[in-house]
Design a protein. Structure first.
Lengths: 252, 337
């Protein structure tokens, strides 16, 4: 089972945000999407989710996502947005329980197994103690962990995460990256947008670097995070000494 | 507070409201049977209209992610009122052609439904539905204001054109002011299935509304067919607003006040809020109707005979207007407007 993206193009007006992008994300692996701001990373995730009109073919485990209903697609692919737009005073447990919608639809009632899945998902992201609190009163980092729990509670075999560590402190960020690896180890296909290249190198089995709506490089971290690609995409060069630090090429 | 306890309290308040409504008027409980029957009719109409408007308010606020939305604020009630008035005019114009059994109260709900659906469609097309904050709320409120103003102008035009037929003009004016007096079993028999179906549908779509609170993008990612959900929610909202207007005329602010008043007790989850709103809306409008009857307006005012009782729409407007302003001021202070 794998997520196959073939010749994906997304246009906004006359501008191509993504141009003929092809990518394969395998199950059991963490695939990181990296690239400068505006490269099309979040757009790629939203196109996979069917949230944007696009051309090309996207399939998971051989199923063409374009022909699936929203409910069937949500059972296959879970999503962690950069930030939730939820402003209403919903309890955390209800936010995570929303993930079970795809399993019983608009008319269904939560079953005991749904409640167990919600508790387990909250526990996995160290957020069980937040379950009774109101989502909108949580800190950005706590909200992010709850959103990850919501994605886990879908039980989907493919998880897409859009900058999940952006609002997290270093401890929780490392914990979350560890969780992505554990998810992949359980046979899930994990695609994660990351801004920090050192996080991508430590976490991902494979990195796809996007630049101006196209795949610039795709492969194992040590083949993608090389000087030529970094210079083209980010206008930076690695500092000598082994650690993944950078200096700006524009300043020098 | 436990949901069952909240519902029990609201049911008790509703029972007391019904009792007070039946006892209010000349003769009190000892009034003749015919008077009690009339009071029972208007109590039932007020209860149905209140329940329908409050539940429609819950759905509209969920759909637009906007706590300041309600069927009257966004122009749906005005659309239903104009639709109802057009139905009354059409019925009067075709009175010799239509079969005798087709009474005005039978065509009224259809006109109200078409008017409400048209107003909601215009709103959705003009203001969008992502109004979780910032310009979204302002766009919804302004579009609702424009729809209400335009529909009000058309309603005024219709009433003035009907001025030559005194009874029709009086019916149109009374309908526009809102009220449950003079309603009969025909109105109730038509409204009961519509209101019950609308409340049931609102409860059933409650989980979808919960997901839509996070915006259409997140809801779609969680499995909501947002286009289908939007169409159904609009249809049920229009149906509820139409049923309310058909039995109660143009009544403002009920759909705004009731969900706001109940959320601190039920929380924002729609499947808890909908039944509570139905009970609370019914109780509120029955009590408003009691106030309308209790205010003595039978005397002569500046040489003109008084109307006998306060129009129900005036009572809901006088209560709801200040509440709406208070909510606007609070939203501004919280920076959500």
């Amino acid at each position: 089972m794998s997520l196959l993206i073939d010749q994906l193009t997304v246009r906004r007006g006359n501008c191509s945000v993504l141009a003929e992008v092809s990518l394969t994300a395998l199950t059991g692996q963490v695939t990181a999407l990296v690239g400068p701001n505006g490269a099309g990373k979040s757009t790629l995730l939203k196109a996979v989710l069917g949230l944007l009109p696009s051309q090309g073919r996207i399939s998971f485990a051989g199923q063409d996502l374009a022909v699936l209903s929203a409910q069937a697609r949500a059972r296959l692919i879970a999503y962690v947005p950069q930030r939730s737009q939820l402003v209403a005073a919903l309890p955390v447990r209800a936010v995570v329980a929303a993930a079970r919608y795809a399993h019983h639809g608009w008319l269904g009632m939560p079953r005991p197994i749904d409640r167990a899945v919600v508790e387990e998902a909250l526990s996995q992201v160290d957020a069980l103690h937040l379950a009774g609190r109101t989502f909108s009163t949580l800190s950005a980092g706590e909200q992010q962990r709850v959103l990850v729990a919501r994605a886990l509670a879908t039980d989907a075999p493919c998880v897409l995460m859009d900058e999940p560590t952006a609002a997290l402190d270093v401890g929780h960020a490392l914990g979350l990256l560890d969780l992505t690896r554990r998810l992949a180890a359980t046979g899930r296909c994990v695609v994660v947008v990351l801004h920090q290249l050192d996080e991508a190198r430590r976490t991902a089995n494979r990195i796809a670097m996007l630049h101006r709506g196209r795949i610039l490089a795709d492969g194992p971290p040590d083949q993608v995070l090389v000087e030529a690609h970094l210079a083209t995409a980010f206008h930076v060069a690695p500092v000598p000494g082994g650690a993944l630090g950078f200096r700006s090429l524009e300043q020098s | 507070m436990r949901p069952a306890f909240v519902l029990l309290i609201l049911a008790s308040i509703l029972a007391v409201s019904v009792a007070v409504s039946l006892a209010t008027g000349s003769g009190g409980w000892g009034a003749e049977r015919i008077l009690l029957d009339l009071r029972l009719m208007r109590t039932a109409c007020a209860g149905l209209a209140g329940a329908a408007l409050a539940v429609a308010g819950v759905m509209v606020q969920g759909l637009f992610r906007n706590p300041l939305a309600s069927p009257d604020v966004i122009g749906t009630t005005a659309g239903a009122t104009l639709g109802g008035q057009l139905a009354l005019v059409a019925h009067a114009a075709l009175v010799g052609v239509l079969p005798l059994w087709l009474a005005p109260e039978l065509v009224l709900p259809l006109g109200c439904l078409i008017g409400a659906a048209a107003a909601l469609s215009v709103l959705l097309a003009a203001a969008g539905r992502g109004g979780g904050g910032g310009g979204g709320i302002v766009a919804v409120l302004l579009t609702g204001f424009v729809i209400t103003a335009m529909v009000g102008a058309l309603s005024g035009l219709l009433t003035s054109l009907a001025a030559g037929r005194w009874e029709l003009a009086r019916a149109l004016t009374g309908f526009g002011m809102g009220g449950v007096d003079g309603k009969g079993i025909g109105h109730i028999a038509l409204a009961v299935p519509l209101v019950l179906a609308g409340i049931g549908a609102a409860w059933a779509w409650g989980r979808t509304c919960d997901l839509l609170l996070a915006g259409e993008e997140e809801a779609a990612a969680l499995g909501v067919d947002t286009g289908r959900a939007r169409r159904w929610l609009l249809a049920w909202t229009a149906l509820l607003a139409a049923a309310a207007v058909a039995v109660g005329g143009a009544l403002s602010f009920v759909g705004l006040i009731v969900p706001h008043a109940l959320r601190p007790f039920t929380g924002v989850e729609h499947r808890r809020l909908v039944p509570a709103a139905a009970l609370g809306g019914a109780a509120l409008l029955i009590l408003c109707d009691v106030v309308a009857r209790a205010v003595p307006l039978g005397a002569t005012w500046f040489g003109i005979p008084g109307p006998g009782e306060l129009p129900l729409g005036v009572v809901t407007g006088l209560i709801g207007g200040p509440v709406f302003l208070m909510l606007l001021i609070r939203a501004r202070r919280e920076g959500t407007l």
